[in-house]
Design a protein around this ligand. Structure first.
Ligand code: PLP
Length: 361
């Protein structure tokens, strides 16, 4: 008998399950809309030119594969925090940000969850309904921790308007126990494609401040949503400018197309440099037994691209190109649906939503 007799079959992952079904399907016009990865006009995965150039530079320089420190590559951590907040932001100048390289967006969220679990036992994480991966992913992330982080959902999507349920969102964030962590998508909300307006962000910040909650941003599309790194970081910067302490997980999967390199970071904005240093030390302590230290390849690509003015400009141009193509595809989809659908349904939400996703019902 197997020692593993009692191990039950886990349900397939809904998103990766779609990819498997896609692979198995032999239809010549098949299209995989399940996974959030950019495709070219020819439906091919896209490796950015700046990435190829940065990789060539790394080979030319004969860079090694030695272990990184637990917190990751220093040049990457500096670059990633500056991209997020802006190099001149007081939170950077005053060294109030604890930045630790993580295993892309997911791994960085996981590290933050471990910090919450360890230092704020019983604090609730409140999550938008729906959230990415069709409601399951964030929930899994929090539910499956060893002790568990309690969570609940706040209303986000209004099917009647195919838009934001702003009143519901505010009411639910208000109703969450004082000192909760409010998970927010910095831009291009997954899966709805619906973002709050700047004015709504201010009101969300008001309620979060009022309730002594801590905003916890998931930023997976900086520069990839609007085409501008600064515009897509405006939500996060608005909270930081209020002097609030903020958690921000970042990912370079989409905006630099580094999906499988697993490159991202967790940033914790603290009210003092001293608190930031302590938080960073604990993030490292949590990371050490999980994966020891993060991968070097993607970190070097990001650091090389951001650190070289010519490559940085080229990256911005490629990001604008990707964001522009997505907007163009939305326009075309809207055009053909409006022309062919005789039901009278208003498809304009496709144009109002942003990023790779569209919520239709
Ligand atoms: N956060 C959001 C909102 C996402 O949409 C995604 C991926 O689709 C991620 C985080 C995490 O991606 P990764 O772990 O590849 O960085």
């Amino acid at each position: 008998a197997s020692r593993f007799e009692g191990v039950t079959m886990a349900p397939p992952d809904p998103i990766l399950g779609v990819s498997e079904a896609f692979k198995a399907d032999s239809h010549e016009s098949k299209l995989n809309l399940g996974v959030g990865a950019y495709r070219t006009e020819e439906l091919r995965p896209y490796v950015l030119n700046v990435v190829k150039k940065a990789e060539n530079l790394m080979v030319e320089r004969g860079e090694n594969k030695e272990y990184l420190p637990i917190e990751g590559l220093a040049a990457f951590n500096k670059a990633t925090a500056e991209l997020l907040f802006g190099a001149d932001n007081p939170v950077i100048k005053q060294q109030r940000v604890a930045t630790v390289q993580g295993l892309s967006g997911t791994g960085s969220l996981r590290l933050a969850a471990a910090l919450i679990e360890r230092y704020f036992p019983g604090a609730k994480v409140v999550i938008s309904s729906p959230t990415w991966g069709a409601c399951f992913h964030h929930l899994n992330l929090y539910v499956k921790l060893s002790q568990g982080v309690p969570w609940s959902e706040y209303r986000y999507y209004n099917p009647k308007t195919v838009g934001l349920d702003f009143e519901g969102m505010i009411a639910d964030i208000k109703a969450a126990p004082e000192g909760s962590f409010v998970l927010l998508h910095g831009c291009a909300h997954n899966p709805t494609g619906i973002d709050p307006t700047p004015d709504q962000w201010e009101k969300i910040a008001d309620v979060i401040q009022e309730k002594n909650h801590t905003p916890f941003f998931d930023v997976a599309y900086q520069g990839f949503a609007s085409g501008s790194l600064d515009e897509d970081a405006a939500s996060v910067r608005l909270f930081a400018a209020r002097g609030m302490e903020v958690l921000v997980a970042q990912s370079y999967s989409k905006n630099l197309g580094l999906y499988a390199e697993r490159i991202g970071a967790i940033n914790v904005v603290c009210s003092s440099a001293d608190a930031a240093a302590r938080v960073k030390s604990q993030l490292k302590r949590l990371a050490r037994p999980m994966y020891s230290n993060p991968p070097i390849h993607g970190a070097k690509i990001v650091a090389n691209v951001v650190g070289d003015p010519a490559l940085f400009n080229e990256w911005k141009a490629e990001m604008e190109m990707m964001a522009g193509r997505i907007k163009n595809v939305r326009q075309k989809l809207y055009g053909s649906l409006s022309a062919k659908d005789k039901s009278g349904k208003d498809w304009s939400f496709i144009l109002k939503q942003i990023g790779m996703f569209s919520f239709t019902a």
